[in-house]
Design a binder for this molecule. Sequence first.
Ligand SMILES: [Zn+2]
Ligand SMILES: [Zn+2]
Length: 250
Amino acid sequence: MPPSWLHHCAETSRQLGRGLLHLLYPACCHFCGRSLTANGPFCDACRGAFVDDSSPACPRCAATVGPFAVIDGRCTHCREEAFGFDAAVRLGPYDGLLREAVLRLKNHSGEGMAELFGELWADHAEPAFRALGVDAVVPVPLHWRRRWQRGYNQSEAVAHGLAARLRLPCRPSWLRRTRATPMQTSQTFAGRRENVRGAFAASRPLAGRTVLLVDDVMTTGATASEAAHALRTAGTGRVVVAVLARAHGA
Ligand SMILES: [Zn+2]
Ligand SMILES: [Zn+2]
């Protein structure tokens, strides 16, 4: 378990980082730096590109799908998959400006922006989130050692932004990594499931609740599936995965 002082430090630096960001760039787009003409953290061009998800997505795995490609709630990407989660939503495909943003969030300097992305997403898709009937927002955790190295957990920051705007409780402590795992990107697609098997544990009984499980990017769905499996084992009724960007690997 990460020491509590470590969590406290991370939380304080998260708040500080965000405050500094506003202080240093009061009237500039947080992504491209262009001057802002209206209120909000992003300029119209960036905001438009982030929320421009015109392609239909599979309701189960959030992959981009063609017309009539979803049969019985499953698309060609997920038909044979046994996911631990029930459904998945995305802000957009892992492409263009959104891909660039997700990569930037993996760096400590993206910390303030990660929370802004959560807020942007909640504002953009509030009715869809409300329709899910979510009881709590839980981020996919990093192992505390990786979190220490990176300086923050980008998925947790996105979850904070989402939960705050949707006025839902954000509960990072409900799910933890029980062991460090090699980066999924260093694994073959086939090896990803094995790599994360048993890597999560939910820390309290979650009888019948609906959890929104937040991650920054999903490729095969192996990590989200294993995290969801741990939540289900603890009694969670329904797990809906929310990923900023869906990459095509599954
Ligand atoms: Zn911009
Ligand atoms: Zn699918």
